[in-house]
Write a protein that binds this ligand. Structure first.
Ligand code: FAD
Length: 368
């Protein structure tokens, strides 16, 4: 008899497995894929280059708790991600900053001057409801079209005016020269990769792992007390309120017979090409090799569920599933798919640590 059956071996499932096993609970964790680590899975390809199977994963957080917790299972390699955008035949920093504006417009503005420049371009919106409103309100139409409109259309197959404000609100505009993609306090990559970190998390005598196993195939035959479910919530309820829409990505990997391909970790293509961006893994991992592997990302409607699509009508469908889940008090839904929310890795870790504390405080848990 297992205390917990955990569905999904990504960050959400693995953190809970580790925490609960550490408290003496017996855990079975299942994943339908043939590997641990969920979407953070990385591995060495045939040329010996460490790549991320589900696209580039860059760790960053403001939470010291999360950083310290994961630090029990890995050493860190400091890494600050930088992104350039291919716009008007130039490669300029993204998010838009002072350098971006000066290079695009052939100017030599100071921080104060660029603030005035952007204010003169901005088209004030009130209320701010959509992703289009967010951007027009800060940088105006021209920069919106160069950096956001086409990219968003490719990424989501929707116009920014059809997407919640939250999507573009994630991307700041800066009036200084800070060209880091993230500004979080902690920015680092697991020194030996994510999969190695997961291996350490899960190497506990109380944790059994079954890969290539859909939980539906074992849920009625393996006895357990409590279910933690990190797969898609709509699938759990057999899509009774309809399918929750997701955006997927086709990853095309290419290994090149040269040491280096591009100027920085990621180059975005907001207005050209069918792919959104190209990432060169060696920037992220710091690996030395005569060859280099890059990945192109082609967003698609079909494929693995990666990005919950943040629109009001989808949130309403999710709310119905959430309400239904309240009739199942011994099933806990968590993670990006279980709660249909665009979470970064650190947010999923924080969410799992919070669920662990909640489980620990439950009376039944204490009695078990
Ligand atoms: P997942 O990692 O998706 O794990 C869920 C697991 O459940 C999967 O392995 C799946 O196989 C399994 N599962 C589902 N259904 C079943 C079933 N019926 N039976 C058994 N198993 C099942 N975050 C960052 O912080 N930084 C980044 O740079 C970053 N880049 C990203 C890039 C891309 C392209 C994507 C898609 C995401 C990125 N993220 C990034 C987000 C990050 O991937 C997620 O926050 C994290 O993986 C969520 O973990 P999770 O455990 O909730 O889900």
């Amino acid at each position: 008899m297992y205390d917990f059956l955990i569905v999904g071996c990504g960050f959400a499932g693995a953190v809970l497995a580790e925490r609960l096993a550490n408290e003496g609970k017996k855990i079975l964790i299942v994943d339908k894929r043939d590997h641990i680590a969920g979407n953070a899975f990385d591995f060495y390809n045939e040329e010996g280059i460490l790549i991320h199977k589900y696209g580039p994963h860059i760790f960053h957080t403001n939470s010291e708790d999360v950083f310290r917790y994961l630090g029990k299972f890995t050493d860190w390699r400091p890494y600050e991600h930088r992104v350039l955008g291919s716009v008007d035949g130039l490669l300029v920093p993204i998010p838009i900053n002072l350098t971006t504006i000066n290079e695009l417009y052939g100017k030599n503005l100071t921080s104060d001057e660029v603030t005035d420049f952007l204010a003169s371009k901005a088209e004030k919106r009130n209320p701010i409801l959509t992703s289009e409103d967010v951007v027009l309100n800060v940088v105006g139409k021209e920069l919106y079209e160069k950096f956001f409109k086409g990219y968003t259309k490719k990424q989501w197959d929707l116009d920014p005016s059809e997407l919640d404000a939250s999507v573009t609100a994630r991307v700041p505009t800066r009036t200084n020269k800070d060209d880091r993609y993230f500004t979080d306090t902690f920015q680092a990559m697991p020194k030996n990769g994510y999969t190695e970190m997961f291996k350490k998390m899960l190497s506990h005598k109380n944790i059994n792992i079954m890969l290539q196993t859909d939980y539906k195939d074992i849920v009625d035959v393996i006895p357990f007390k409590t279910l933690i479910y990190t797969g898609p919530i709509d699938s759990y309820f057999d899509y009774c309120y309809g399918k929750l829409p997701y955006r997927s990505i086709d990853f095309k990997f290419e290994t090149l017979n040269q040491e280096n391909y591009q100027a920085t970790g990621t180059v975005n293509y907001p207005t050209s090409n069918l792919y959104t961006r190209i990432t060169e893994f060696k920037f992220l991992t710091g690996q030395k090799n005569d060859k280099t592997t890059i990945v192109y990302e082609y967003p698609t409607a079909e494929g693995d569920p990666y990005y919950p699509i943040p629109r009001k009508q989808n949130q309403e469908i999710y709310n119905q599933y959430k309400k239904l889940s309240e009739d199942h008090p011994d099933v806990f839904f968590t993670g990006r798919l279980g709660t249909y929310k665009y979470y970064n890795m650190d947010q999923v870790v924080a969410q799992s640590l919070a669920l662990f504390r909640k489980l620990k405080s439950r009376e039944e848990y204490v009695q078990q």
